[in-house]
Ligand binder design. Structure first.
Ligand SMILES: [Zn+2]
Length: 905
């Protein structure tokens, strides 16, 4: 291969798609050890992740990009380590979200779902899914996700539906599923119950209505009661007072009349009552308020539901039947006013429950729902984390998990939707018993009647996604996949769905399979904008990953997300960061082009054993150290830090120092050129392997070129772990124990080439001399360091752009050096000199320094003034400290300039 076939710039647009389909077609995404293959080895331990299934209604957002990047990183790493690796992809039918889409499209035709009927509605939803449901998985592919697409699943596919049925029936048979009247969060728009987690509370201005609850025995006497929702008066079944409230003690046990309807209800005593609120007496509406519901449980009160499913008033509302609850509120209050039952109205701040999805006001309402008795299932799930069977990364989420699991309430699993797993319960119209079966029954199992009908509701989406880690592998059948790949290894997801999803998988896994579904839960944080603000459409600060990938490439986005992430912590993201990492991808490419061309020109093989230069030894030692660091960080899930270390090594050490030194060595030809090209090849190969899980595309593309050129030279250019078919399946660099020579090699090159070059460079910067302008220089070395510096003289001269370099070990006559500017190196005690009269005349130099001194002096004056003012007592100490240290630096600079000026006179 000729180097000119390698394009000058990295062209991600022409690379990403091609590589992805090559990887997929070559079967690299499938586990290397497959239970269905004849050479299957059951003793090899696999590494398995189930993807958090995105909603089929979804369009790629940064949350997806984050979990795909992290999981793909883990998968690629374990694949390279040599473990049989499986990443199971799939998508979620997303009951509410999908149904809303279809209802919206129906609304455009002026229809509701009831108008077309259940069957047609479901058919239409499947058609929608066929057309649009694959968009999100296509977008996930673009991120480079190396999932095994031959094992892709969908929560409503046949196998998963069977798993759901099995789970429901098993729980039902164990007595862990029951049906009952329960207070649920009712969404009027969706006409379904939604979970507590899907309700958000907002502070809004409202009204507190005061009115009279008249005594039945003496309507002249009354208890003053306050409410924010007068319509619920129609469902009141008691008035409660505090047992120690002297004002009302004598009324306990008596009856009061419900306004307008004159229904008699009891006055009860309950410690829940807040004596300070309203008049101190509390109306109790157990069918429409969670606290009242609990009071009703304690006192065995009647439950009166006053709402229909569309939140109009039902027949329990008497004359108000048919009104919307808000209209009823107005009408009833007006009627009460007329009847003299109203005391007053006051402005009041309400805590309004609103739907997280649609924003409408949620009505607490009693309805018949299906529930899972959660305590017996939660207990083992709690213990699994307590006993360390499941580890949460980061660990501080353990506490949050314990707290939630200890206070968990029964799980309402029925939803009044059509899109989802229909509840497998049939009611008999003759004997009114229930039939719950794994297969659809044709008759009642109690009386044999054929007059049976299935429950109308479907199951909460999380019921099916809770089974995800094992249902996707074939459960309830004991498939080969299930036996080998289950339990899975890591569950990686955002901390915001720890309870929605992760906790439910732990409970279901333990309940149905007897083992924890994974050994580690890795939680990532949310992505915020560059100022730490939550991204939202209304704020207009949303970053679209698809646009970012179009502009900067997938690797740049992935690297930014991965390097910016710390487990469990939110991260701030800006497009600028992605742009900077696009530059990193280009840096990798350019370094690669240099290495490839160096190998091309270098001899095919050496004539003798290697004579390593300080630069060679340094880069080999630092490479070994970096491999050890990255491996250590990977095993402790510190992927972001690992990425930062590789970045620093690649850019700050390999590209900036070694490649620059190598240029000098290559022109010497012969064995020096061979061993230099060989070193470049070895280090680049290691780096590409370490970077592959972060930036899969640019590394694979470059590695392919590196392999081709290395192979074209015969076998002297062998990679440390061999050249495999592709980087994606190449061997991960393993850590090698530190050897004695490494520390010396690193410190020698740093103290020699790096520090002396830097000293010359900073001197040039101070004097405004262009870095590449050749200037005469001298190093005065401390006695002991002379041989070390002499050995690296050429590197320092080349990298520092110094000509006629002298190296001395005696302090010279100062007079002789009056035309030099100097800089000292604390670690070696050396002083470097730059002959400035070559560059500037004495007068120019004096002017330059005088001007610099003036600016510095004005900064000193400003800071001294500031620190003498109120500022030093009023500003936070760390701020004052910062200004003080700035002052010190300016003072040092001023002294240095004065010394230089003195030397000129
Ligand atoms: Zn029957």
């Amino acid at each position: 291969m000729k180097n000119n076939s390698l394009p000058k710039a990295y062209d991600f647009k022409n690379t990403e798609k091609r590589l992805y389909s090559w990887w997929e077609k070559s079967g690299f995404f499938q586990p290397s050890n497959d239970p269905k293959a004849p050479d299957f080895d059951p003793t090899k331990k696999p590494f398995v992740i189930s993807i958090p299934p995105p909603n089929i209604t979804g369009s790629l957002h940064l949350g997806h990009a984050m979990f795909v990047s992290l999981e793909d990183l883990m998968i690629r790493y374990h694949r390279m380590v040599g473990e049989p690796t499986l990443w199971v992809p799939g998508s979620d039918h997303a009951g509410i979200a999908t149904q809303l889409q279809i209802e919206k499209s129906l609304a455009k035709e002026g229809k509701r779902r009831e108008d077309i009927g259940r069957e047609a509605f479901i058919k239409r939803t499947w058609a929608w899914r066929e057309e649009y449901g694959g968009i999100i998985t296509e977008q996930i592919r673009r991120l480079g996700a190396s999932c095994d697409w031959t094992r892709e699943r969908f929560t409503l596919d046949e196998g998963l539906s069977r798993a759901v049925r099995e789970a429901f029936v098993t729980l039902f048979e164990k007595g862990l599923i029951y049906r009952g009247p329960r207070l649920v969060n009712w969404s009027p728009n969706l006409r379904t119950a939604v979970s507590d987690l899907e309700v958000e509370y907002s502070q809004e201005p409202g009204t507190l209505y005061f009115f009279k609850y008249r005594l039945a025995e003496d309507p002249e006497q009354y208890l003053p009661v306050a409410t924010t929702r007068p319509e619920t008066i129609l469902g009141d079944t008691a008035v409660a007072v505090h047992p120690e409230d002297k004002r009302y003690k004598q009324f306990i046990g008596k009856k009061v009349l419900v306004p307008i309807t004159d229904r008699e209800i009891p006055i009860i005593a309950d410690e829940y009552v807040d004596r300070e609120f309203g008049g101190g007496a509390l109306k109790v509406t157990p069918a429409h308020d969670p606290h009242d519901y609990e009071i009703a449980q304690r006192h065995h009160l009647e439950l009166i539901n006053i709402l229909n499913r569309d939140v109009t008033i039902n027949s329990n509302g008497g004359v108000y039947e048919g009104l919307d609850r808000l209209e009823c509120r107005k009408k009833l209050w007006a009627d009460m006013k007329e009847a003299g039952l109203v005391i007053k109205e006051e402005d009041y701040t309400l805590n309004v429950p609103r739907s997280q999805r649609g924003g409408e006001i949620i009505e607490p309402m009693i309805s018949e729902q299906w529930f899972v008795k959660i305590k017996p299932i939660a207990e083992p799930a709690l213990n699994a984390v307590r006993d360390g069977i499941i580890k949460i990364v980061p660990e501080h989420f353990n506490k949050v998990y314990y707290n939630w699991m200890e206070n968990i309430r029964d799980w309402c699993i029925s939803r009044q939707l059509w899109w989802g797993h229909r509840i497998p319960v049939w009611y008999c119209d003759d004997c009114h018993e229930m039939t719950v079966k794994r297969e659809d029954p044709t008759e009642c199992q109690h009386c044999g009647s054929k007059n049976i009908h299935q429950d109308e509701d479907v199951l909460d989406t999380w019921f099916s996604s809770g089974l995800w880690p094992f249902s996707t592998l074939g459960w309830p059948d004991q498939t080969l996949d299930l036996k080998y790949f289950y339990p899975t290894s890591v569950m990686e997801t955002g901390y915001d769905i720890l309870f929605f999803w992760v906790a439910r998988m732990v409970m279901s896994g333990l309940e149905f399979t007897g083992v924890a579904p994974f050994h580690t839960i890795y939680l990532h944080g949310l992505i915020r904008d560059e100022h730490g603000q939550k991204m939202s459409k209304t704020k207009g600060n949303v970053i679209d990953p698809l646009i970012v990938m179009d502009e900067f490439g997938t690797d740049a986005l992935r690297f930014t997300l991965l390097v910016g992430s710390t487990p469990g912590k939110d991260m701030n993201l800006s497009v600028k960061k992605v742009q900077a990492n696009r530059n990193f991808a280009n840096k990798i490419w350019n370094a690669g082009r240099f290495v490839i061309s160096a190998i091309e020109k270098a001899p095919d093989k050496p004539q003798a054993d290697p004579q390593w230069t300080p630069a060679d030894e340094y880069i080999h030692a630092r490479m070994r150290e970096t491999v050890r660091d990255v491996n250590r960080l990977f095993t402790s899930y510190q992927f972001g830090e690992a990425g930062r270390q590789i970045y620093e090594f690649f850019w700050g050490e390999f590209a900036d120092w070694y490649i620059e030194s190598a240029k000098l060595q290559l022109i010497q030809g012969g064995d020096r050129a061979f061993y230099t090209a060989w070193t470049l090849m070895r280090v680049l190969d290691r780096c590409l392997r370490l970077l592959h899980p972060f930036t899969p595309y640019v590394t694979e593309e470059l590695w392919g070129h590196l392999k081709t050129i290395a192979n074209s030279k015969g076998n002297a250019y062998e990679a440390e772990d061999g050249w495999s078919e592709a980087l994606i399946i190449a061997k991960w660099p393993s850590s090698k124990a530190e050897e004695e020579w490494e520390k010396d090699a690193i410190s020698t090159f740093i103290a020699g080439t790096i520090e002396h070059t830097r000293a010359f460079r900073s001197l040039k910067t101070d004097l405004n001399i262009p870095a590449n302008q050749k200037t005469s220089g001298t190093i005065i070395a401390e006695k002991g360091t002379l041989p070390m510096i002499l050995a690296q003289k050429d590197f320092i001269a080349a990298l520092g752009a110094i000509k006629d370099m002298e190296i001395l070990d005696v302090i010279p006559d100062v007079e002789e050096y009056q035309n030099y500017s100097s800089n000292s190196i604390p670690s070696t005690g050396s002083i470097v000199f730059l002959k400035t009269d070559e560059v500037f005349s004495q007068q120019e130099m004096r002017d330059k320094l005088a001007k610099e001194l003036k600016t510095t002096q004005s900064q000193i004056n400003r800071l001294e003034g500031l620190l003498a003012s109120d500022f030093s007592t009023k500003a936070p100490p760390q701020v004052v400290e910062k200004e003080r240290s700035k002052l010190d630096i300016y003072k040092q600079t001023a002294r240095k300039i004065k010394d230089q000026l003195d030397a000129l006179h």
